[in-house]
Design a protein around this ligand. Sequence first.
Ligand SMILES: Cc1c2[nH]c(c1CCC(=O)O)Cc1[nH]c(c(CCC(=O)O)c1C)Cc1[nH]c(c(CCC(=O)O)c1C)Cc1[nH]c(c(C)c1CCC(=O)O)C2
Length: 366
Amino acid sequence: MTEFPPLKNDLILRAALGKKTERAPVWFMRQAGRYLPEFRKEREKHDFFTLCRTPKLATLITLQPIDRYDLLDAAIIFSDILVIPQALGLEVEMLSGKGPHFPNPLKVPQDIDTRLRKHVNVYEELKYVFEAITMTRKALNGRVPLIGFIGAPWTLMAYMIEGGGSNNLSKAKTWLFSYPEESKRLLQKITDIGIEFLIGQIKSGAQMVQVFESWGGELSPYDFNIFSLPYITQIAEKVKTQLKQENIEPVPMVIFCKGSWYALESLSNIGYDTISLDWTIDPAYAKAITKGRVTLQGNMDPNVLHGTHEEIRSTVRRMLENFGTGEKYIVNLGHGITPTTDPENVKVFLETVHKVGLELNNNIIN
Ligand SMILES: Cc1c2[nH]c(c1CCC(=O)O)Cc1[nH]c(c(CCC(=O)O)c1C)Cc1[nH]c(c(CCC(=O)O)c1C)Cc1[nH]c(c(C)c1CCC(=O)O)C2
């Protein structure tokens, strides 16, 4: 494995593994993206997936929020969850202002065999992500840890069938409730690739990884247990087992199931070190259910960043007080930063996290 510069700030790794920290670490989902003028400048010059596929550009964009604020405790590699469907052989375009579009989504279960690659060589198809991770890790020069990620199988299956964003996922759900066995076969195929992809990211230099089940909350608790939980469980178990077999240091694993408040109990028991929460979950409720078994991450409503500086400061303070800074807690939003967020407001958020985090910890110590 490549040698990397020593890490100067390991707050997030310690927090994710349940160790004490001087203050709660902070990062944002979608921290590298459209709310930043410096990202939009690159985006005007290149297609979205060209940015993802060009390690030098992905490195540049990953570092943009780290350089701008100098207050973040982690970087997340610039890429997308939809690189797995691409590796499987599906075409995906990113339409400006509209989001992802599959010109030819999966329609019937036979498409699994006729339209998707039988065997995906992850190291070939997704080599550009591995290269971007290694390059970014070097460029970070140990300032903060680098996070890798994948989309969870159900969320990716839904995109592959819906062909893009959707209000009710009716096409993807038609598969679940008309062809449950074929759906499971597809979910397993995505799971196998996701496991190999995450292990490759860790070998390339990712120091923490997050699994995004962005459409978890679209499933009933009963269906979640059939179509999501078994697959995200396998991902945590198999990634950890394989790393152990290969004598590679494990990295903290984070699960984000948006909308799946009902699954907090099961999510505490399946091998993830940290659970990322959306804003509909009350911190006290999350703590009562998870009982210290995992670190919690989140969970301010991203739209509070559209509010006044005063409101941002008071919401951050309340969040830190409720989650309890300094132990088993990572500050984040409940979902990604929205494209219309003012970067100045992000700065107010980050400065408050640092200030209040230290203040609350000192109060505990003194
Ligand atoms: C569902 C999902 C996707 N992608 C992702 C998810 C899971 C997180 C979530 O639920 O939001 C994850 C993702 N997408 C992107 C990252 C990069 C790292 C980061 O800064 O977090 C990450 C971690 C870049 C991106 N991914 C995308 C952009 C904007 C692309 C553009 O310039 O048009 C960026 C910077 C495009 C994208 N990609 C996707 C959508 C729905 C969209 C369009 C809407 C949107 O931007 O929120 C799929």
